[in-house]
Design a protein around this ligand. Structure first.
Ligand SMILES: [Zn+2]
Ligand SMILES: [Zn+2]
Length: 156
């Protein structure tokens, strides 16, 4: 796969990830993700910031964590309000990309579920897929979703 791309619903914003293959994704079933997505859960991939490029103007909303130690920066299309990605001061160098904005979203694999204690009761998860009732330890989650090490992009 030479190009991994995605974008918002209206097409004003497009993004690109320079990776060999599609990243693995995880699902978060917490109430914040339900509210923020307007849906049952969020599904996302985490990629190195150097590999991520966004084309087009994005709107930004910054939200400090309750303890004030981290700031979440949410980026969305200012025209159609599709949520595209976010960064977090607690995860420097990484971009969390909304899985539903991938052009190839139908090919993405979910390899972990977190905050399953808030999961919608009608949703049955594959029991072979690792799941945590609340947040997963970062090392476990990063190993499962294979957060790729930062390397220089190949020269054209
Ligand atoms: Zn848009
Ligand atoms: Zn969540």
């Amino acid at each position: 796969m030479d190009r991994i791309e995605g974008g918002c619903r209206c097409g004003s914003v497009r993004w690109r990830i320079s990776c060999e293959r599609l990243p693995r994704t995880y699902a978060c079933h917490c109430l914040d993700c339900q509210t923020w997505s307007g849906s049952a859960f969020s599904q996302q991939a985490i990629v190195a910031r150097q590999r991520f490029e966004c084309m087009g103007q994005v709107g930004r909303f910054d939200l400090p964590s309750a303890d004030g130690e981290r700031i979440s920066n949410q980026f969305a299309c200012p025209v159609c309000f599709t949520r595209l990605y976010n960064t977090n001061s607690g995860r420097p160098g990484l971009v969390i990309v909304r899985a539903g904005t991938f052009d190839a979203s139908h090919q993405l694999e979910v390899v972990a579920h977190i905050w399953t204690k808030r999961k919608q009761p009608w949703l049955t998860l594959d029991e072979r897929c690792p799941a945590w009732p609340e947040g997963a330890p970062q090392t476990d989650l990063y190993r499962l979703i294979d957060v790729q090490p930062v390397v220089d992009p190949p020269r054209a």
